[in-house]
Design a protein around this ligand. Structure first.
Ligand code: MTE
Ligand code: MO
Length: 241
């Protein structure tokens, strides 16, 4: 992927402000750390504004899946912005922290104790290719629930071992088909595809689906200039499918 050129970014931003009816206060966005930033992102992109508790009690509706016969084994292209980190699975720990009552440090054995969920969905890359893939792993909502999120949580940050970073709205993170995957097409995930753990979800574009996740941080506020590796270069933050 290439960074979106600055002028296009500015035009997109202006259009975004017009669409959200906020053009007149657009200048406020230019200040670093503007408190309005995340409200703009949130209101314009996410009609749902449900609490963590409500989302955990009432799972959102499922996206229809594909039959296993539709899997396209060669269609998923490796897309890695920099390098492929090699992670020792035996010492690996996933940390879950931030606005939680019970921070976690989980080994792969801990994670694989939770029930395995499989789903066959379409992966869509913004660069113009797609692939039907079967992912197996744990529901992110189960991991988040066991960390006991505080009531004010609205976003989730994902940190990856290659320096990639992403943020998601809490509703999308708690969607029942948002997985922390460790299998692809019935086999252990390969290093190139993000082993030991990556995100997989039918509701977001490919660049939201972080590979090599090492840390999950629950937060109330997004950091204005740090919402995602590609987003910070002009790509859309919500990136819903
Ligand atoms: N850590 C990390 N995650 C990442 C990327 C990356 O470069 N680093 N690329 C993203 C993009 S643009 C896509 S389309 C998918 C590709 O996943 P794949 O390489 O397993 O096909 O990973 C996403 N997750
Ligand atoms: Mo992508």
């Amino acid at each position: 992927m290439r960074p979106i050129q600055d002028h296009r970014h500015l035009l997109l931003r202006r259009r975004f402000l017009q669409l959200s009816g906020l053009a007149s206060i657009g200048f406020l966005l230019d200040g670093c750390g503007s408190p309005l930033f995340e409200d703009l992102v949130y209101k314009a992109s996410q009609p749902l504004n449900q609490s963590v508790e409500a989302l955990l009690l009432n799972p959102q509706k499922l996206i229809p899946e594909f039959p296993a016969s539709a899997i396209e084994p060669d269609a998923l292209l490796i897309n890695t912005f920099n390098f492929t980190p090699k992670i020792d699975h035996s010492t690996f720990r996933l940390s879950v922290n931030g606005a939680v009552n019970r921070p976690l440090s989980l080994s792969m054995a801990d994670i694989q104790k939770s029930s395995l969920t499989s789903m066959t969905i379409r992966h869509v890359c913004v660069e113009g290719w797609a692939a039907i893939v079967q992912w197996g792993g744990v529901r992110l909502r189960d991991i988040i629930a066991s960390a006991q999120p505080k009531a004010n949580v609205r976003y989730v940050y994902f940190q990856s071992a290659d320096g990639y970073y992403e943020s998601w709205d809490i509703a999308s993170a708690l969607h029942p088909q948002t997985l922390l995957a460790y299998q692809k097409n019935g086999h252990p995930l390969s290093i190139d595809n993000g082993a030991p753990l990556r995100l997989a979800s039918p509701i977001k574009l490919g660049y939201k689906q972080s590979k090599w996740i090492t840390k999950i941080t629950l937060v109330e506020h997004l950091l204005p200039a740090k919402t995602g590796y590609w987003e910070d270069q002009g790509y859309e933050w919500f990136a819903g499918l």
